[in-house]
Ligand binder design. Structure first.
Ligand SMILES: Cc1cc2nc3c(=O)[nH]c(=O)nc-3n(C[C@H](O)[C@H](O)[C@H](O)COP(=O)(O)OP(=O)(O)OC[C@H]3O[C@@H](n4cnc5c(N)ncnc54)[C@H](O)[C@@H]3O)c2cc1C
Length: 297
């Protein structure tokens, strides 16, 4: 018989609060995998309390000015510092208007009080297959900026996730920014989140969609990405290719659904059975594509 033990105390660790990015990177270089970054702490503190993570050092980056900026440059896109909270993203007019799929995913992530602490970078660094922001960042073609005292590199988000709760970040690296390129002109985006009880719960299945130029096959762009259907968030790259064909849209939607079914491998867990998830993938994909491509209003 398994017994769930709720712990109310945190184990001992050293709490470090750098004032600059340089100082944060020095600490990460010095302590490597023994140190964990604390952004909002909404995942990390739960994991430490449950003894799922046991850092000797916790580096709190909320006070680092260089990481606190949310910037939009016309023609280039968004730069989101890793200390920017989800509620700052939700409040941004430019995110809502131009990066609607990201805004739609963020506003459905947990609840308002949590979003005032939690960050976008923390949501992806945690590498949960149920991350609500990851599918939106995947369809937008975002890049993750990883920094260390050795330098800075940019990784496309589709190459960032390794496995459940694992990423391709090195032990001395941290996320400093997330870049989101300007979406195609007149594109539409939407995040569909299926949950058990309410939107505050993690998704049973989450689907992000982005579509542009639905009526012109050669210019048409359609992208779909998923949460809670595989060990990592998944971008189904075949979908974009399918929608380049000049065929009736209803036929393309059927082909896209088949491609998505092949690329996903849902499991049974506390939030739903594999069979139920397969049903939601099929229904949700067709529904989302119909909405984005205006087959039905
Ligand atoms: C009640 C509750 C409801 C939730 N609901 C949802 C939900 O609906 N959808 C959803 O997707 N998530 C949900 N979550 C999970 C969590 O809130 C999010 O993943 C959140 O975005 C994490 O951000 P944070 O800033 O709090 O991360 P933290 O807890 O600070 O960090 C999370 C992990 O990422 C690492 N990390 C953080 N920042 C960096 C960085 N810059 N560089 C490198 N590593 C870093 C930390 O070391 C840690 O391992 C929920 C959590 C709770 C407690």
């Amino acid at each position: 018989m398994s017994v769930l033990v709720f712990r109310t105390t945190l184990p001992r660790f050293e709490y470090l609060r750098p004032k600059s990015l340089g100082e944060a990177l020095e600490l990460k270089a010095k302590y490597g995998g023994d140190a964990m970054i604390l952004a909002g702490g909404t995942d990390l503190l739960v994991d430490i309390r449950m003894r799922a993570k046991k850092p000797k050092y916790v580096i709190d980056i909320k006070g680092v000015k260089e990481l606190s900026e949310l910037k939009y440059v016309e023609g280039r896109g968004l730069e989101i510092g890793s200390a920017v909270t989800l509620s700052e993203i939700e409040r941004s007019k430019v995110v809502k208007e131009k990066f609607h799929v990201l805004w739609d995913a963020v506003r459905q992530l947990a609840d308002f009080p949590l979003r005032t602490r939690a960050t976008l970078a923390g949501n992806i660094a945690n590498a949960s297959p149920a991350s609500d922001s990851a599918p939106a960042l995947l369809v937008l073609g975002a890049e993750v900026e990883l920094s260390s005292t050795r330098g800075t590199r940019k990784l496309p988000i589709k190459k960032f996730f390794k496995w459940v709760k694992q990423t391709y970040m090195e032990p001395d690296e941290m996320i400093t920014r997330i870049f989101v390129p300007e979406p195609p002109r007149d594109s539409k985006g939407m995040y569909l989140k299926f949950t058990r009880i309410s939107v505050e719960d993690l998704s049973v299945v989450g689907i992000a969609g982005l579509a542009a130029n639905p009526k012109e096959p050669e210019k048409r762009i359609v992208r779909l990405a998923y949460a809670s259907v595989a060990p990592t968030p998944v971008l189904v790259e075949e979908v974009e290719e399918i929608f380049k064909h000049d065929k009736p849209v209803k036929e393309l939607i059927r082909e896209a659904v088949e491609a998505v079914k092949k690329k996903t491998s849902p499991i049974t867990d506390v939030r739903g059975t594999a069979e139920y998830r397969r049903h939601l993938i099929e229904f949700g994909t067709a529904y989302l594509l119909n909405r984005l491509l205006e087959v039905i209003e």
